[in-house]
Ligand binder design. Structure first.
Ligand code: GRF
Length: 207
């Protein structure tokens, strides 16, 4: 039984594409059945359409608030019988109505090593600027389950990269993005293989 995956994306969708490639290579026992974006014209939508995957644009301003928006996302995902929600470069905060509809079945990727450089305001280039300003010697990416608090759910996979003396935020972001494209497909593979368990805050890989 393949896991039905719903993707939420706001940008180019390179993480989604890495997962699509891994599915096409037969590595993941799942299929992406819908891609939803808050941004009309997002690159992720074009990538999905080119692959014949149904897409939806759902704009937060069309809803009365974060909870109404999250409830609408949940309803749309449920209408496609989604089992796993993959947030891949999704720039919106999701709240209880979505999180409770998919308990421990929503993943997100953050371009830093949680619990460092994460939480409100830490997204995109702001993350990498903060890493460089702080003088950290390593950074990386984190795939985690989504909970109410931003970037705070149980950690599934992390991959680290060195921070170089002459790094710019863009150079660091690009080095991390390569690792994201390894980490995210692996996290989805493990989930779809039924190999992820959760014990308190810890994710355990079974089998
Ligand atoms: C990535 O850096 C990811 O960590 C963050 O969004 C960025 C863009 O992702 N969440 P994508 O290329 O749209 O998948």
């Amino acid at each position: 039984m393949k896991t039905r995956i719903g993707v939420l994306a706001s940008g180019g969708g390179s993480n989604m594409q890495a997962i699509m490639r891994s599915i096409d290579a037969g590595e993941i026992n799942g299929e992406i059945v819908v891609v939803i974006s808050d941004v009309p014209g997002a690159g992720a939508l074009a990538k999905a359409e080119n692959a014949g995957i149904p897409t939806r644009v759902m704009r937060p301003r069309e809803y009365s608030g974060r909870d109404a928006y999250s409830a609408a996302l949940a309803a749309e995902l449920k209408s496609h019988n989604v089992g796993l929600v993959v947030m891949a470069g999704f720039m919106r905060i999701v709240t209880t109505p979505l999180i409770n509809a998919f308990p421990n079945r929503i993943m997100n990727i953050h371009p830093a090593l949680i619990p460092a450089f994460c939480g409100a305001g830490f997204y995109g280039h702001y993350v990498h600027e903060a890493v460089l300003d702080y003088g950290a010697r390593v950074s990386g990416c984190t795939v985690h389950f989504v909970e109410e608090a931003v970037d705070a759910g149980p950690i599934i996979i992390q991959r680290a990269v060195p921070v170089l003396d002459d790094d710019t935020p863009e150079a660091l972001a690009a080095r991390i993005l390569k690792e994201e494209h390894i980490a995210y497909p692996e996290a989805v593979r493990l989930y779809c293989a039924g190999m992820l368990g959760i014990e308190g805050r810890r994710v355990v890989v079974k089998g």
